[in-house]
Design a protein around this ligand. Structure first.
Ligand SMILES: *[C@@H]1O[C@H](CO)[C@@H](O)[C@H](O)[C@H]1NC(C)=O
Ligand SMILES: *[C@@H]1O[C@H](CO)[C@@H](O)[C@H](O)[C@H]1NC(C)=O
Ligand SMILES: *[C@@H]1O[C@H](CO)[C@@H](O)[C@H](O)[C@H]1NC(C)=O
Ligand SMILES: *[C@@H]1O[C@H](CO)[C@@H](O)[C@H](O)[C@H]1NC(C)=O
Ligand SMILES: *[C@@H]1O[C@H](CO)[C@@H](O)[C@H](O)[C@H]1NC(C)=O
Ligand SMILES: *[C@@H]1O[C@H](CO)[C@@H](O)[C@H](O)[C@H]1NC(C)=O
Ligand SMILES: [Zn+2]
Length: 476
């Protein structure tokens, strides 16, 4: 009888310990998915049942303020570093660095030049430095050697590889003998078709439906691999898209002699490098050229864009109003959809949804900054965050209250937008340490009492005791 009570006590004592272990931070898995150019309101253009399923059983943020310029490479690097463009150094899809005397362009292999990426350290590297493995299917930059390393698993960029093949790789890496805890998955649409058709085209409907089907396929494969309930899935994008037109073109050749400058990046943010001694002439010619073009000397770029303090930002930038297109000559041709404009414009904003054990269910949040994703990812993965421009506190309400890191709520809120906050991480590991210690003490005390009881009263009956110990434990 006494031994049965003791066994019940053991089970109760072991419970906190096993909870502590089952909520072990190491077990959090995160899959970050980007559908390029998925504007926040595309969700309502046509029925998107899979996106809506994720929202109903997870969280959604309506307005995500991404970073200036609202282009693909700068924003994808922000999602994985939490830094503004001026701080992570990937300031455009096309760049020139006067210190390195080197160019970066999507049209060339020189995106593989490590030096353009090494002003920051992306999360797939920090995750691996913390002893985990990362896996990436075509996420921009993941096939570039950065600070001497690659993700443990990655696919060299190849736009022809199907979504299904990318998903298959991600699932393989999450379920392998030495599984990844962080997966990054990238898909080129609806950006490609958005540029081609223009976002206002009715033909975008089927494009969005196709993306919803792709999400459905991903969900089905995650369920099949028993990952759906244990993995934290985050679906977002780099930017939105706005409608352009041949009637809204700003033709630089009308105002400026081509011999006076180099055009490093085109539309909608022209990055202009005046030739030696030609700065004033270029600036004066352009400053009041067109009512829908705002021209800034580098030092005059608005602070809110955080787009000034980097060598790769050119001496003059000319920013087009929404929907306006900058060309040197009209004959160059334009795309019917574009992005890159002011990040305050709603049409530049991407979607944000998340689903999984760490997230609340059926919860909608009004707004966040895309820089806040990085500290959230670090928190989920329990890895130390590098210095960044986001804030975990601003997105903590997305997390379920049963999430293991309750202690994080007790931290004092920082007074203003900050950098990495090591305090948050310390409190988490303290809570974990205290949990393990308490659990261990309870179990040790139990064993002392149990063996004392055993030795004092049951020495001759020892063999029969063993069966009794085992039974209630199995039934519990
Ligand atoms: C920069 O590189 C180019 C070749 O890409 C070279 O012609 C030029 O001399 C270099 N400039 C300097 C200052 O090194
Ligand atoms: C890109 O992927 C396609 C489809 O899988 C394949 O046929 C092609 O050989 C790949 N190209 C390169 C350069 O690897
Ligand atoms: C373009 O400039 C005109 C004249 O200043 C202005 O009325 C219009 O609102 C501008 N277009 C955009 C999209 O800002
Ligand atoms: C602009 O394009 C037109 C038509 O192709 C051409 O005639 C003209 O010479 C071009 N202007 C410049 C400066 O290249
Ligand atoms: C989700 O939340 C909305 C409003 O917050 C509520 O009307 C709806 O019933 C909820 N749905 C579920 C399935 O809980
Ligand atoms: C962004 O973060 C970096 C790294 O901590 C920091 O150097 C920079 O000052 C921050 N920018 C702003 C505007 O806070
Ligand atoms: Zn993009």
């Amino acid at each position: 009888m006494t031994s049965k009570l003791l066994c019940a006590a053991f089970v109760l004592a072991a419970l906190p310990l096993s909870i502590t272990f089952s909520l072990q931070p190491d077990q959090q898995k995160v899959l970050l998915v980007s559908f390029d150019g998925f504007r926040w309101d595309y969700l309502y253009r046509v029925p998107t049942p899979h996106f809506h399923h994720v929202m109903k059983h997870g969280v959604r943020v309506k307005q995500v303020t991404n970073i200036f310029i609202t282009k693909t490479y700068p924003n994808h690097y922000t999602l994985v570093t939490g830094l503004f463009a001026e701080n992570h150094g990937v300031v455009a899809n096309d760049m020139f660095d006067p210190m390195l005397n080197k160019s970066f362009s999507l049209d060339n292999m020189n995106i593989y030049d490590s030096e353009f990426w090494e002003e920051a350290t992306p999360i797939w590297i920090t995750n691996q430095r913390a002893g985990h493995a990362s896996g990436a299917a075509m996420w921009p930059g993941t096939d570039v050697k950065i600070h001497e390393s690659f993700p443990a698993h990655y696919m060299p960029y190849n736009a022809s590889v199907s979504f299904e093949e990318r998903v298959a790789k991600i699932i393989e890496w999450f379920t392998s003998k030495e599984p990844i805890n962080l997966g990054l998955l990238y898909w080129e649409d609806p950006d490609d078709m958005g540029h081609h058709l223009g976002p206002d085209s009715p033909l975008m409907g089927p494009v969005i439906s196709d993306i919803d089907n792709k999400l459905g396929y991903l969900m089905q494969m995650l369920k099949k691999a028993n990952l759906w309930d244990t993995l934290n899935l985050i679906i977002t994008s780099d930017h939105g898209m706005t409608q352009c037109s041949e009637e809204r073109v700003i033709e630089l050749d009308q105002y400026l002699d081509r011999d006076l400058y180099l055009l490093i990046d085109g539309s909608p943010v022209a990055a202009i490098l005046p030739k030696e001694g030609k700065f004033d002439e270029v600036y004066e010619a352009l400053a009041h050229a067109h009512p829908n073009l705002t021209v800034y000397k580098k030092e005059e770029i608005p602070e809110r864009w955080h787009y000034k303090y980097n060598n790769r930002v050119q001496p003059i930038i000319a920013v087009a109003d929404e929907g306006w297109y900058i060309l040197q000559n009209k004959s160059e041709g334009l795309m019917l959809g574009n992005h890159g404009y002011d990040n305050a414009l709603a049409e530049m904003h991407p979607i944000f949804l998340a689903h999984g054990p760490a997230f609340r269910k059926n919860f909608t949040k009004e707004a966040m900054s895309s820089t806040d994703l990085y500290p959230l990812l670090c928190h989920l993965l329990s890895i130390p965050a590098m210095p960044h421009n986001g804030s975990l506190r601003r997105v903590q309400d997305l997390l379920s209250s049963t999430t293991p890191r309750r202690m994080a709520h007790t931290q004092s809120p920082p007074p203003h937008r900050g950098h990495g906050k090591p305090g948050e991480r310390e409190q988490e590991s303290n809570a974990y340490f205290i949990g393990v210690t308490l659990g261990s003490i309870i179990v040790i005390v139990f064993f002392i009492i149990f063996f004392k009881h055993l030795i004092l009263s049951q020495i001759p009956a020892l063999p029969s005791m063993q069966g009794e110990i085992a039974q209630p434990l199995l039934q519990a």
